[in-house]
Design a binder for this molecule. Structure first.
Ligand code: 3HC
Ligand code: NAI
Length: 696
């Protein structure tokens, strides 16, 4: 009935075809088109078919409209109008029917799908709940348990399972419109009329309180899944119209929440990171074979990640013993993937027989399209490896380093092809963690950068472009907020209180538990490396040196900040550590003071944002959103807060600046406001305005 919902008559059946690329989101025009289309269809036809054109049925409400004033007609009204039609309405699904898309399908009277279609109500991932009848109609079809599972997890359910659950009536191969028409005609011939889900019996009640508490706990601070349980509960306890009203009330509450704003920021930010103006029209180089140098923690994980994505891998280690060890590590990682159903036994056998070699000879790298170095974090060792690699690698091969902190320009300089050299900074464990920092050095060619992004996609990772500096985006910011945590310990906070306060904020782990995981020897080595150039005003966590000297390296030695016992991942607090820290404060002449959890969170976050602002201003991160995505995917930042820069916008940059000025009274060297933060605060602007201004 307009450009985006095209209506035509196919014999007795009126077809409403949604054409709103790329994913047929339910914008105002689509909602209006469906409303008008259904009225038109009722005058002309004996049945209605709703179908999406292009790659999918409907991916849901138009997320870009959220947070703006709502425009008529609302989706719940559209769904109710579809359901109220006196002639049968069929939805034919392909691609994904998600969120409002599935709600439109549930408002139709019959649903058919192609075998590859998926359905789901993923609204909780955006901080909301299904708001167009999904929480009321789905449980009437599937029962409460299945609906609760789908709605609280946001899982995409394959067509076959959706049919078993009662969501889909038929599955058929073919074009969505063709199978939908055949089905609609069948229904007419067999005299089937409308079959509104709202008239079906309410689902039998279950233990909704238990579901609510479980969702609250699993949400780790995120409220949408638990709130969604209450909406499904209404389907079990109230008549349909009242249930819908309850759903609307709960939906509106979530729509107004900062969590919704944070999660939607994350959704768009993770798609924006790959949009770089200099890569438009730049073709990536093909990558089929990957070389990996060094098969330790990172090299083995990188090799496993590449193998699991169908690439061929040649791994080079130092000596025969290291070769066997690396092979064993990679095969163990793949074996776990087999156990978890992520890799089939035949594919595992094929990898071992054909796609994976481990040797000591660099000549094995001659065929690699891209080589990733993951040897010790030592500039001389890395430069030597690149000197050896340069004459062996074929022309056009990309030479990458996985360094955490070192200068990629210096590494590139030992080769005759600096344009082909790039940093590909994976996170540990490399086959699991989703972040890949793509470190662009001075001479790196655009197609080499483009290849990095393509490789990330192939590996199922989210790639963020970073510039060269000590630690790039993530580790540089980490060094700063980690220092803020250390300063608080020096001044009187216990590491355990800090960890608890930050887990309560929403972090996956606190910084001291993270240190135990990474190894206290790493921090010790970094402090040693930086000692010679350290500004005398910088406060150093000397208590951490004491722990190191006692052999408390963290999980690997069974003792670090926490004590670890066999078979238990979580550590227990150790009074001895508190005593060591107290003695160190004494030695330094510090009188300890108390910190509230709120102050801990505030100092930690402010340090993070302030360094984030510097990283953006220096061009190490292109936009604030690149910092957000880095922290979300590499550092356990709570997604529902959107990322540190989004958090800062929501708290208010002026407030943060005031905090920095107050903190500076104790430590003026550490707490210097980043010029960008100060400018934005003075002008009453936000980081998000910089995101929106960035050229794409
Ligand atoms: N609204 C607006 N834009 C959307 C969108 C939506 N619901 N879903 C996807 N897009 C945009 C993306 O931003 C992207 O835009 P870009 O090309 O400019 O970056 C483009 O569509 C393609 O998306 P993807 O890159 O994500 O494509 P994929 O093929 O990888 O994935 C998808 C497709 C599985 C549909 C994925 O986009 C997705 O999960 N979308 C969100 C689905 C969702 O959460 N739906 C629920 C919405 S809330 C709702 O319906 C409320 C209702 O209950 C009232
Ligand atoms: P590791 O010590 O576990 O592994 C290094 C491996 O390189 C060893 O197996 C060693 O035998 C091998 N090696 C050393 N010199 C070699 C050479 N000349 N030729 C072939 N192999 C050689 O170290 P890890 O942790 O895997 O780190 C590797 C790199 O990845 C470092 O640059 C590190 O900074 C970086 N990194 C580490 C992360 C981590 O969490 N461990 C995270 C991200 C990056």
């Amino acid at each position: 009935m307009n450009d985006v919902v095209v209506c035509d008559l196919q014999g007795d059946v009126a077809v409403l075809r949604i054409q709103n690329p790329p994913v047929n989101a339910l914008s105002q025009a689509v909602r209006q088109g469906l409303m008008d289309g259904i009225v038109w269809a009722e005058q002309k036809a004996r049945a209605v078919l709703i179908v999406g054109s292009g790659r999918t049925f409907i991916a849901g409400a138009d997320i870009s409209e959220f947070g703006k004033p709502p425009r008529d007609p609302w989706l719940p009204e559209v769904c109710n109008r579809i359901e109220a039609s006196p002639i049968p309405v069929v939805a034919s699904l392909h691609g994904t029917a998600l969120g409002g898309g599935l709600e439109v399908a549930l408002a139709a009277h019959y649903r058919i799908a192609v075998p590859a279609a998926k359905v789901g109500l993923p609204e909780v991932n955006l901080g909301i709940l299904p708001g167009a009848g999904g929480t009321q109609r789905l449980p009437r079809l599937t029962g409460a348990e299945a609906a609760l599972e789908m709605i609280t997890s946001g899982r995409h359910v394959p067509a076959a399972e959706a049919r078993t659950l009662g969501i889909i009536d038929e599955i058929a191969d073919g074009e969505p419109e063709a199978i939908g028409l055949t089905y609609a005609r069948q229904l007419i011939e067999q005299g089937h009329g409308p079959r509104p889900v709202s008239k079906m019996a309410s689902p039998a009640p279950v233990d909704f309180d238990a579901w609510h508490d479980k969702a609250l706990k699993a949400g780790k601070g995120q409220i949408a899944p638990a709130t969604a349980v209450r909406a499904v509960q209404a389907a079990g306890e109230l008549p349909f119209a009242e249930g819908l009203a309850r759903e609307r009330e709960l939906f509106s509450g979530l729509m107004a929440s900062p969590q919704r704003e944070g999660l939607i920021h994350a959704f768009f930010a993770e798609r924006a990171v790959a949009k770089l103006p200099e890569l438009k029209e730049v073709a990536a180089r093909p990558v089929g074979t990957v070389g990996v140098i060094g098969g330790g923690t990172m090299g083995a994980g990188i090799a496993a990640s590449a193998l699991l994505s169908g690439l061929t891998v040649a791994l080079v280690e130092r000596d025969d013993a290291a070769v066997e060890k690396a092979r064993g590590t990679v095969e163990t990682l793949l074996g776990t993937a087999v156990k978890r159903g992520k890799l089939g036994e035949p594919a595992f056998a094929e990898i071992k027989a054909q796609r994976f070699t481990v040797v000591t000879d660099f000549a094995a790298l001659a065929n690699a399209d891209l080589v990733i170095e993951a040897v010790f974090e030592d500039m001389e060792v890395k430069r030597e490896v690149f000197r050896q690699l340069d004459p062996v690698a074929k022309p056009g091969a990309i030479l990458a380093t996985n360094t955490s902190y070192l200068d990629v320009n210096e590494i590139a300089a030992v080769t005759a092809r600096p344009a082909d050299v790039i940093g590909l900074h994976f996170f540990s464990p490399a086959h699991v963690m989703k972040l890949l920092e793509i470190v662009v050095a001075d001479a790196t060619a655009p197609e080499v950068v483009a290849t990095g992004f393509t490789l990330a996609k192939r590996l199922g990772k989210v790639a963020v472009r970073a510039g060269v500096c000590d630690g790039f985006i993530g580790n540089r910011i980490l060094s700063t907020y980690r220092a803020a945590a250390d300063h608080m310990v020096l001044d009187g906070a216990s590491p355990y209180q800090i960890d608890r306060a930050l887990v309560a904020f929403g972090f996956a782990m606190g910084p001291f538990a993270v240190s135990d995981l990474a190894g206290l020897d790493i921090g010790y080595a970094t402090r040693k490396r930086k000692a010679a150039t350290r500004d005398p005003r910088e406060r150093v966590p000397s208590y951490a040196d004491r722990l190191y000297e006692m052999g408390r390296y963290g999980q690997k030695t069974g003792r670090g900040y926490y004590l670890y016992s066999e078979g238990r991942r979580a550590g227990i607090e150790d009074p001895e550590v508190e005593a060591i820290i107290a003695a160190e404060r004494d030695a330094l002449g510090i009188t300890p003071r108390d910190f509230t959890d709120e102050e801990i969170q505030r100092r930690y976050m402010t340090a993070m944002v302030n360094e984030g602002a510097r990283v953006v201003e220096e061009g190490i991160a292109r936009r604030p959103l690149d910092v957000d995505v880095t922290l979300l995917y590499g550092y356990g930042f709570p997604r529902w807060r959107g990322g540190p820069m989004k958090w800062a916008d929501m708290v208010g940059l002026n407030d943060l600046l005031r905090d920095i000025e107050a903190f500076a009274k104790d430590d003026a060297f550490f707490w210097q406001a980043a010029p960008l933060l100060r400018r934005l605060a003075d002008d009453g602007r936000t980081f998000d305005e910089l995101n929106k201004q960035a050229k794409v």
